[in-house]
Design a protein around this ligand. Structure first.
Ligand code: GLC
Length: 587
């Protein structure tokens, strides 16, 4: 299973792909600059330079492993109370038989280190309300309510501190499904008295966050989640509390109300273009965050490396989740996949640690680019078959090129393109890395460019300019909690304009396809600015699908505007996701 960084997850049809940005861009400096004094805190350094971290979802839900009373639940296993509609008192009784006595903090930390991860964020209290630490403010916790009676947050924090990893705690501040007054929780207490959210916040949330930030040594960050209807004052109070107890700990943006020290993007979202500021992309080893015994969709090392590189190349940190099982064990599939990922990370540390975003600001058809200490690292997922790797738009001269830890490579310029002569066999099965030393400050023209090799170059609608139609970003869940994202154009009329500016290295024929949806017969036209036009007719359905338009002739090399229009049919229902362009090789 290979995930294309440059595709939203739902795009499958055309394989190799490209993401692109319309404007010229300049490069973002790499995160570490050796010349300037480094005044950052430990936590900032771990975050800014570490770039890769482990997320752990572990709670009472892990005991159920996706099953309740013989019934299977799919997707977010940590939501089983909600999915199976288990009453709060019945759910709470489960703690009495929750005994994850094989939880081994040292082994988890070792696995994180083997994977090349620099800090760990673990759920200390998820929406279910169960604290995985010893709390004086609510007995529904691992020390008071289970036979285990071990403060697992302490064990993990200590193991992280011993081994030089950062430790951060996830805390669900708004939802609490078992504490009276918590969002989606019981409205009354045991005596039948109505409890307000304010009471829950005062009596459980604030005291527990205080415990987490005072009892466990230096904390990397507090990862709040689902702020829901939390007031601005409540978010401010949480931030102030963390600041008071842990002046250097970072706070995630999910504390709500626009606060926090860094942005957490949507679950499973990798941005198409570089994202400014401190941020993290998050994804998960199975489909859901808590362990499920029914979920076999383990991510492969290939997927994890691709996603890690994509997030780092867009300028962010990658927080990747595993869920221990009911005994506290890390599933073997997860451990094996992470260890393999770590071998790759250790081979190419400069691609992860201290690495800066791609000057192209989007992925390229064969992979992605990161910067480090002024050098460019080309991470190649689809190794060229003809010995030529084409880099579009680099304005600098290349003074040296090599395969990382390998052979020197020759390069030459052909107009705005840099050709890197590479061996035929791919050097690394997971992803090969080419290092370029360049002359001067990196300067790149990041106009979308069609790969001269036989790769399909995919141009999502985000890279088009549009007029008289609507571009909307759509998100939906496949399974419960399994988010997908896709932008599309709708509201098309005869006057609408959808145009991509694309750079072509050679004149010739290019095979064009459209990813679209609709309802019934629809006629389409694509015109290149030189006047060449192709038309076609499709019977469209409600799901996105790829439809081939065929050969479009490009007369001259260089940048061209391609305009796509719907000329007849049920305009109302048409959605356009992407186009793809593939050179037709005739000799
Ligand atoms: C969502 C879910 C939650 C999960 C989190 C991870 O907010 O509610 O179960 O912990 O995403 O990002």
């Amino acid at each position: 299973m290979r995930r294309k960084a440059n595709l939203y997850r739902s795009t499958t049809a055309l394989g190799v792909a490209l993401m692109m940005l319309m404007a010229l861009s300049s490069c973002r400096p790499s995160a570490t600059s050796t010349e300037e004094p480094d005044n950052r805190s430990n936590q900032e350094i771990l975050f800014d330079d570490g770039n890769f971290a482990m997320f752990i979802h572990f709670g009472l839900y892990s005991k159920m492993e996706g099953e309740w009373k013989g019934k299977r639940y799919y997707g977010n296993a940590e939501w089983i109370k909600h999915q199976a509609e288990i009453p709060a008192d019945e759910y709470m009784k489960e703690a009495a038989s929750f005994n994850p006595d094989e939880f081994d903090a040292e082994a988890i930390v070792k696995l994180a280190r083997d994977a090349g991860m620099r800090y760990i964020v673990i759920t200390s209290k998820h929406h279910e309300g169960f604290a995985m630490f010893d709390s004086d403010f609510c007995d529904f916790n691992i020390c008071d309510a289970t036979p285990l009676k071990r403060d697992l947050m302490k064990e993990l924090a200590d193991a992280c501190h011993r081994n030089g990893l950062g430790i951060g705690f996830y805390y669900s501040q708004w939802q609490d499904w078992t504490a009276p007054g918590g969002a989606r929780g019981p409205e009354t207490d045991a005596e039948g008295r109505k409890v307000t959210f304010e009471e829950y916040f005062r009596n459980k949330c604030i005291p527990q966050v205080n415990e987490l930030t005072t009892k466990y040594g230096e904390i990397q960050l507090i990862w709040f989640d689902t702020p829901g209807e939390l007031s601005k004052e409540a978010s401010e109070e949480l931030v102030a509390l963390v600041r008071k107890n842990q002046p250097h700990a970072l706070v995630s943006s999910r504390v709500g109300n626009g606060m926090g020290d860094y942005d957490t993007l949507n679950d499973m979202q990798v941005p198409l273009v570089n994202h400014e500021g401190r941020w993290e992309g998050i994804d998960v080893m199975q489909v859901g965050w808590g362990f499920s015994k029914f979920d076999n969709e383990w991510k492969t090392p290939d997927y994890i490396v691709h996603e890690l590189v994509s997030v780092v190349a867009r300028g962010g940190n990658f927080l990747f989740n595993i869920g221990p099982d009911s005994k506290g064990r890390i599933p073997e599939q997860a451990a094996a996949s992470l260890r393999e990922t770590g071998k790759w990370v250790k081979k190419y540390p400069q691609v992860v640690y201290g690495a800066g975003a791609s000057p192209w600001e989007h992925a390229l058809p064969w992979g992605d680019v990161v910067t480090n200490k002024g050098k460019l690292y080309l991470v190649v997922f689809d190794w060229p078959q003809d010995g030529k790797l084409w880099l579009p738009g680099l304005q600098n001269d290349v003074t040296a090129a090599k395969i990382v830890d390998g052979k020197k490579l020759a390069t030459r310029k052909e107009g705005t393109w840099t050709c890197i002569e590479v061996p035929y066999g791919r050097p690394d099965q997971l992803a090969s890395v080419v290092e370029l030393t360049i002359d001067g400050e990196i300067a790149v023209d990041s106009t979308p460019a069609v790969d001269p090799n036989e790769n399909a170059t995919i141009l999502p609608i985000e890279f088009a300019t549009t007029e008289k139609c609507k571009v909307a970003s759509n998100e939906w869940m496949e399974k419960f909690g399994e988010w997908k994202f896709k932008a599309s154009v709708s509201g098309i009329t005869a006057e609408s304009k959808v145009e991509w500016v694309v750079d072509f290295k050679e004149p010739g024929y290019y095979d064009v396809a459209i990813e679209c949806r609709g309802d019934g017969t629809t006629d389409w036209m694509m015109c290149a600015d030189e006047g060449n036009t192709i038309v076609d007719r499709y019977n469209l359905h409600s799901q996105y699908a790829w439809h081939r338009m065929g050969w479009l002739k490009i007369d001259g090399a260089g940048k061209h505007k391609l305009s796509l229009s719907v000329t007849d049919g049920n305009w109302e229902q048409v959605g356009i996701g992407s186009i793809s362009i593939t050179p037709v090789k005739l000799q």
